[in-house]
Design a protein around this ligand. Structure first.
Ligand SMILES: NC(=O)c1ccc[n+]([C@@H]2O[C@H](COP(=O)([O-])OP(=O)(O)OC[C@H]3O[C@@H](n4cnc5c(N)ncnc54)[C@H](OP(=O)(O)O)[C@@H]3O)[C@@H](O)[C@H]2O)c1
Length: 344
């Protein structure tokens, strides 16, 4: 018998539909409410062709529809700006919330405004929200009612970076994070620059001069390690559906020792795997899984390259959200999450 009645808001989007897929096979979470916006009123299966019969027949409810009394857990997979109101409403209804948007990821309303160009509607909730990079915030996640799920690029950058930052071995004044993502990272809504003809057989940088995830990387890199850092972050979009790869160009002392630091940091982590020296991860190696794979090569006396891969929709969004819900609810952290990637 599944215990926890769960609502997914933004169920028709890419991260929302991934939440449906993961939660439908979770042994303790039961989907009772699917929220949508422009698609509200339709049966879910009309908008999400991948759904099996039972879920396909569930109605998509308006984003402001009330929750049934038994709903305990709400995932908000909505655009930033729109998510904040839904999060507030769910908290006021007594629910625990995992928010996949950026609305509660920053510690101050001024950083949020700088990164997102808008005024935060509920700054009083920023102190309460816990930034849910699961491996680094378990104790706080287990006690909160609001988890701000990290962005995909910050997850894929901070997981390989934090053990080195904490050890104080890298030059933190000039960290280069060169990143690639598939187009699902930009969501499901129609955008001209994401049309097949514009993305297929090409690659391009975007988000310059400063992508909004750079604030998140620097803020939480410092919060978790104690050291300030400057990240020069350049994302690129590739003609693939899902997957993300971040290459960190690092300099510092004794890079021959860094592989051991990474291996030790993640020795007991189910969802972070450090590969053998000079073995590089690939996006295909993690797609469909909640894993982050990390590879590293020493490239000079004082330099190294560290490469990390995640599935942007899973460890970068819905998978980490379920991992955080498991921690919040006191379940085994791996429940409902796959370690195995889809292959090929
Ligand atoms: N895509 C990724 O890889 C990724 C990774 C990490 C975090 N995120 C974050 O997760 C959130 C969802 O991303 P996504 O990629 O799943 O987006 P998406 O595919 O564009 O889906 C957006 C969802 O929100 C609903 N929606 C749109 N405008 C709304 C509004 N004004 N009020 C209420 N609901 C609204 C849509 O409903 P209708 O379809 O009914 O209009 C849809 O269900 C975003 O904040 C994003 O930044 C995304």
């Amino acid at each position: 018998m599944k215990q926890i009645s769960t609502a997914i808001l933004g169920a028709t989007g890419y991260t929302g539909s991934e939440l449906i897929r993961l939660i439908s096979s979770h042994p303790q979470l039961n989907i009772v409410h699917l929220g949508a916006h422009s698609q509200a009123g339709k049966p879910a299966g009309e908008v999400l062709p991948g759904l099996g019969d039972e879920l396909a027949n569930m109605p998509l409810l308006a984003s402001d529809a009330a929750f049934a009394d038994d709903v305990e857990l709400v995932f908000t997979a909505l655009p930033h700006g729109a998510a904040a109101n839904s999060v507030k409403k769910a908290l006021d209804a007594g629910c625990r919330v995992v928010d996949l948007s950026a609305d509660f990821r920053h510690q101050s309303a001024s950083t949020y405004s700088e990164a997102y160009g808008q005024v935060h509607p509920f700054p009083e909730l920023l102190n309460e929200a816990v930034f849910g990079l699961s491996e680094y915030a378990r104790a706080r996640i287990s006690k909160t009612r609001l988890v701000a799920n990290p962005g995909c690029y910050p997850t894929c950058t901070l997981l390989p970076l934090l053990p080195l930052l904490k050890a104080g071995v890298i030059d933190t004044s000039h960290i280069i994070a060169d990143a690639k993502s598939g187009t699902s990272g930009a969501g499901r809504s129609a955008k001209t620059d994401l049309l097949y003809c514009e993305v297929n057989e090409g690659v391009r940088a975007y988000g310059l001069p400063r992508h909004r995830h750079a604030w998140e990387m620097e803020e939480w890199g410092k919060a978790f390690s104690g050291s300030s850092l400057t990240v020069q972050f350049v994302p690129h979009i590739l003609p693939m559906t899902r997957g993300m790869l971040v290459t960190l160009h690092l300099s510092g002392e004794n890079p021959e020792s860094w592989h051991d630091l990474l291996t030790t940091a993640y020795a007991n982590e189910p969802f972070v795997r450090v590969l053998a020296k000079d073995v590089m991860p690939s996006s295909k190696g993690v797609n469909g899984s909640n894993r982050c794979d990390i590879g590293m090569s020493v490239t000079g006396k004082n330099s190294a390259v560290v490469v990390a891969c995640i599935d942007n929709l899973i460890k970068g969004a819905a998978g980490q959200a379920v991992q955080n819900a498991n921690i919040m609810l006191g379940f085994d952290e791996t429940l409902g999450l796959s370690l195995q990637a889809m292959w090929p």
